[in-house]
Design a protein. Sequence first.
Length: 373
Amino acid sequence: MHVAINAVFLAPPMGGVETYLRELCRGLLARPDAPQLTVLLNEDGYAKLRAEDWAGGAELVPLPRLGRSGLRSLSELTVLGAVADRRGADVVHSVAMTGPLVSRARRVVTIPDTVWISHPEDTMTHRLWRVVVPLVTRRAHRVVAISHAAGDEVRARLGVPADRLDVVPLGYGTPSAGVVADAADLRARLGLGDGPIVLNVGQKKPHRNLERLVAAFGAVRADVPDAVLVLPGPGNPEGEAAVRAAAARAGVTDAVVIPGFIEAADLEGLYAAAAAFVLPSLVEGFGLPVLEAMARGVPVACSRGSAPGEVAGDAAVTFDPTSVDEIAAAIRALLGDDALRARLVAAGPSRAGQFTWERCAEETLAVYHRALV
């Protein structure tokens, strides 16, 4: 089987979707029944992926014209199918929302989430997805969701029938490379003080519910006055401004730290130093940060009723993400209940270990076979 992966969207760093692309390719190539793999990229993505340890086992194809900013989605819809056909692909897998409408190859598309429908932003990307993604899913032979919760959303919001939908959970990310920033130095550089660190990693987007998290943290500080909330992740001026305004309202301006995008060693240092990890998202496609924290032995609290609660199982404290009181109670429990902390620290790595990239690759390969039937 010859599989072409549509990755012309890749403009590193891109967080979870970039991890998904890299680790799926690695997992597919590691299998004894590995497909012939071609990865279609823009120039930036090609420069990044050619250094991967698995890249020698795949054909990486830079497509400068297709990958130009502003033209990528149009070229994915129109020209990319012909490119995959010329390469002799049996299946073309688009791993991030958009892909070819026409191709001799069978078409598979991953819809990581439907946040752009349920919590739309006034951006060109979200406006484009609302027009294009329904067309792509209707023309795809198989549609992949990355959790059962996300699959329910895809069925309800995009009308994808159950017999064309596959749920393939992700792995828990890329394990630590072993480089961890010194805790004392990290605390000094980021101005974190000596108190317990409550960590949340990711984008500053409305669906991630950070304003309620900050409000809850204001209540927590009444009991744990030296606690600090740390929110690393990709820069987003509008989202960061909203979080800082929430911190001012809650009276915790000095206790909420937004360091922006940080290097891997600093992120590992934060995980190592964190007393708790909290993900209060209103909706997520999967919830990789939950498993990343669990795998590193950090006790987790997260939203119930969406993908984070699904992947966390009974290895986390869960709460209603619309309730500031419940979020605060969950954080207090993680900081103050030693028995609970010990149970979650023990349970987390085992739970994260159930979500492997090997399993993701195996189940994705089965999707390709179903697409060919």
